[in-house]
Design a protein around this ligand. Sequence first.
Ligand code: DSN
Length: 436
Amino acid sequence: MQDPIFGWIEAERRRQEEGLELIASENYASPAVLRALGSVLNNKYAEGLPGRRYYGGCQYVDEVERLAQQRLKILFGAEWANVQPHSGAQANAAVLLALLHPGERILSFELAHGGHLTHGSPLNISGKLYTVAHYGVHPESYLLDYDHIRDKARTFRPKLLIAGASSYPRDWDWAALRSIADEVGALLMADIAHPAGLIAARLLRDPLPYCHVVTSTTHKTLRGPRGGIIMMKKDFDNPFGEKTPKGQLKKMSSLFDSALFPGIQGGPHMHSIAAKAVAFGEALQPEFQSYAKQVIRNAQALAQALMARGYTILTGGTDNHIVLVDLRNKGITGKEAEEVLEKAGMTVNKNLIPNDPQPPLITSGIRLGTPALTTRGLTESEFQQVAEWIDQALIHRSDESRLNRIRAEIRSFLRSYPLPYEPVADQTPVPDEVPA
Ligand code: DSN
């Protein structure tokens, strides 16, 4: 029996191949990463850590996990790493569980200014269990204002200061954040889920020497499987932490290990850990450095090209892979823009701009990102064309035939930038959804 699920997987493969992927958090993992993900490691339970498991038969998966840890530590210059979080959200939840008692205080970046749900949103466990306050960006420059963060920290006295964002196009000043954390007696956590690949390539400032703990996902700029990681470089003593029976402070790293398992997770996903190891190995190659440089160049070229067409780019540009467009002067909402661009063959996400007058399901902005198209081989000159397509689609948003023409042009253009994925064999036919 043919299972229609494979038909839908093939439809999704085609969608990825035929459209311009501009979602900042997405990328195309290599066939080697996908091969590890689809391997027999899926079948193995391995609660615990390498050499200390609760199940037999772990001799090979132990080697896989050791290699993943070792490569990750080299990649970021970390002294300790846990590669088991199923996602960035799990990594963050484990860190909070390890460091805070319910009700204790977190100061983090405002979600509506670019922060993340897992940094204390009332809808997330982080906001339900802990007492949270936020810092935001400057109302005119849209840049982080470290004096404002310091003032907030002085009055709020957090136990944990969280840095990191899902839509902030500029680099972070980790040294300034550490001095703020030290001044108020807080621990400092960086969530580098978005820029991790650019940090690994040493193109953005390195948080590891300044932060007590660093979390990330592995599938955005790092271009691996979906998943999370936790890392530390120094500061292994947690001044607020539990003591061992002999009265010594427990190392923070062991608090993170046990918060993750058995705190919030069961068995680690060994196929995913193997795929992380493959991706870390790829990121250690010199080609990854060139890739990461091109991601930033492309984002800067896209920002410039859109500004030349009259778009407002928040902060006036970008240091990383993200371009935030404020669409208010174009008379279109983020929701409409997302829908129009999708019709024209471009995938983006609507995004709140700081102090957005629109609600989160409408928004005044869109977030664009270059990691996926850079993996396909596009460079600055092709991003001029991408900006032109975006502009033309938004200008002619009510003209269905014009949007279809752009979609066909994009599809034909992308044939020169193939993806390395084979069509799914033996699948049930899928509807040919795209009129060329
Ligand atoms: N959903 C991710 C993003 O798009 O940035 C963050 O979790």
